[in-house]
Each structure stands twice: as C-alpha cells, then as structure tokens.
Design a protein around this ligand. Structure first.
Ligand SMILES: NC(=O)C1=CN([C@@H]2O[C@H](COP(=O)(O)OP(=O)(O)OC[C@H]3O[C@@H](n4cnc5c(N)ncnc54)[C@H](O)[C@@H]3O)[C@@H](O)[C@H]2O)C=CC1
Ligand SMILES: O=C(O)C1=N[C@H](C(=O)O)C[C@H](O)C1
Length: 266
C-alpha cells in the first residue's frame, strides 16, 4: 500500500503539532516536510515538544513543493498565509486540506474556481470536529422551524479571526434554510457599539475570547414560550483530528473544492 505523502504548514502551532501527533499514529500517511515562517533547514525532530520526524522545515513554499513530491498539504496557519499556501498548492497539483479559518467569500470563490480549473481536490473545513459538524447540521434543521436565532461562539484568546469560521459557516447553513429576517425590536439601538453582536442577514453572532477556553459554540433558537439551544464543546484539539484524517483520505478522490466536512460525511 502506498502512503499518502503529507506536508504540514504550521507544525509548531496548537493544531499543527496535534496534526503531527495524529500522522505519527497512521500507517497510511507519511510526513515528508513542514512549512513554517522560520527555522529554515531545521528538522522537526530538533523540536522537543514535537514528534520525532526526521523531516525538513521549509520557509519558502515554492522551494518546498519543488524539493519534495507531496500528495497533500495540510494547512493550519493564519488567514493570510493559509490562503496563499492553498493557492500555491493548487497550482502545483498538491491537494490542500485546510483548517485555517478567516478566508473572505471572495477568496473562497477564487480558490473554488482555481480548483475547478485545475481539476484538483481541495477540502476547506472551518471545523474538523465531527460533533461540531453535527451541531451545524442540527442547527440548519432547527432553523426550518425556529427562524429567530443567535450564535454565541467562545474561543481561547490567541484566536486571530472573529467571528469564528464555524460561526460563519453555521450562519450560512441557517441562511440556506430560513427566509431573510430582521431580529429583535425594529427600533432597538446600541448604546455601546457592538452590544448586539455581528449581523449576518439579521442573525446575530457573539464572539467571546478568554484564556482557558478551547472552541465552543451555542446556537440559540427562540420562539413563543420556548428556547432551543444546540451546543458543542471541543475541550482538546484531539477532537479535530478524526476530521483531518478523514479529509486527507477523501481529498485524494476529489477533483473540486469542498467547503465544509458535512459534504464528505456519509
Ligand atoms: N478547522 C478546524 O477544525 C480548526 C481550525 N483552526 C484554525 O487553524 C488555524 C491555526 O490555529 P492554531 O493552531 O490554534 O494557531 P497557532 O497560532 O497555535 O498556530 C499557527 C501556526 O502557524 C504558523 N505560521 C504562521 N505563519 C506561517 C507561515 N507563513 N508559514 C507556515 N506557518 C506559519 C505559526 O508559527 C504557528 O505555529 C487558525 O486559523 C484556526 O482558526 C483551529 C482549530 C480547529
Ligand atoms: O481557532 C480555533 O481554535 C478554532 N478555529 C475554528 C473556527 O474558527 O471555527 C474551529 C474551531 O472553532 C477552533
């Protein structure tokens, strides 16, 4: 059985290091290089906190792609570099599996078009935790009966993007199910800017950032005399790894871009 050859971008990060630990446990995956913004020429094994992989760290993506023969790029970096890495990987015919969040709609469209033009598989998943994917699907279903909804997402205070990719994706899924709707009192006024949260088509998204949190979301639906709350918690980043592995396996069979893990779950 030939192994899927993987590059991980962001190996020293919270998610990237967890992805290395996941890859170490798989018989059918091989880590062949890492991409970082520093430590050019060092080996992953030189970092005590990382698994003992004898593979090189590159800081130049083109140099990396030319030096090694990769099947998949797993990107867990920042919105700016995640987008650049994904675009470059598609051009090189390397299949991106992207967990990085914070891409704009325009960037997602551009990557979708590029993948189609190249006929190459890409998976961009705002959340790899299977429980979170189900939470989003349940929320979409509930929106059919409860059009009034607010999303509360809570994350660690090192997170760069707000709202979270998961909250944005949840709002998009709900939008597919409900008619556009303004919520709250028609004359409501914020006496402190931002009090009512971000607005997506009348839906409010509230973002909390605190030390101690990992990744949590509540989708709260309201109707006459009742509330329904759909809630998911990731307490550890291991929660995302089943989805990362699933996406690596699946991306090898795709020839277009898929946005959201729900589209590859059977
Ligand atoms: N889809 C999902 O299930 C999940 C997605 N995320 C997303 O993944 C991304 C990473 O999250 P964390 O690991 O928590 O962040 P982190 O800050 O711990 O790690 C990011 C890593 O990227 C590296 N980096 C920065 N610029 C780079 C570049 N030019 N080339 C290569 N590496 C570079 C940094 O050195 C850092 O080690 C974020 O966008 C976050 O929202 C996080 C958790 C789950
Ligand atoms: O930055 C994080 O931590 C997470 N980011 C993703 C998001 O923006 O939704 C997924 C998960 O919530 C953790």
């Amino acid at each position: 059985m030939s192994k899927v050859k993987v590059i991980v971008a962001g190996p020293r990060g919270k998610m990237g290091s967890e992805a290395l630990r996941m890859i170490e446990k798989q018989d059918d995956l091989e880590l062949i290089a890492c991409l970082d913004h520093k430590f050019e020429g060092k080996k992953v094994s030189e970092f005590e906190e990382l698994p003992n992989f004898d593979v090189d760290i590159y800081t130049d993506i083109e140099q990396c792609f030319q030096a090694v023969d990769a099947d998949v790029l797993v990107d867990l970096t920042t919105p700016e570099f995640g987008y650049l890495h994904t675009k470059t990987a598609i051009k090189y015919g390397i299949r991106p599996v992207v967990g990085t969040t914070g891409f704009s709609d325009e960037q997602l469209q551009e990557l979708t078009d590029l993948a189609e033009e190249k006929g190459i598989g890409v998976i961009i998943a705002p959340n790899f935790a299977l429980g979170a994917v189900l939470m989003m699907q349940f929320a979409k279903w509930a929106a059919k009966y409860f059009p009034d909804v607010e999303i509360i997402e809570k994350h660690h205070d090192r997170k760069l993007d707000a709202p979270s990719g998961t909250a944005v994706k949840t709002a998009q899924l709900i939008q597919e199910e409900r008619e556009s709707k303004t919520q709250g009192h028609p004359d409501e006024k914020e006496t402190i800017a931002g009090a009512r949260g971000a607005d997506v088509d009348g839906m409010k998204i509230h973002s909390m950032r605190l030390p101690g949190l990992v990744a949590h979301q509540e989708v709260v639906f309201g109707s006459a005399g009742e509330n329904l709350t759909i809630k998911h918690d990731s307490f550890h980043r291991e929660s995302f790894m089943t989805g990362v592995k699933l996406a690596i396996d699946h991306v090898m069979k795709l020839d277009l871009l898929v946005y959201g893990l729900e589209n590859i779950l059977e």
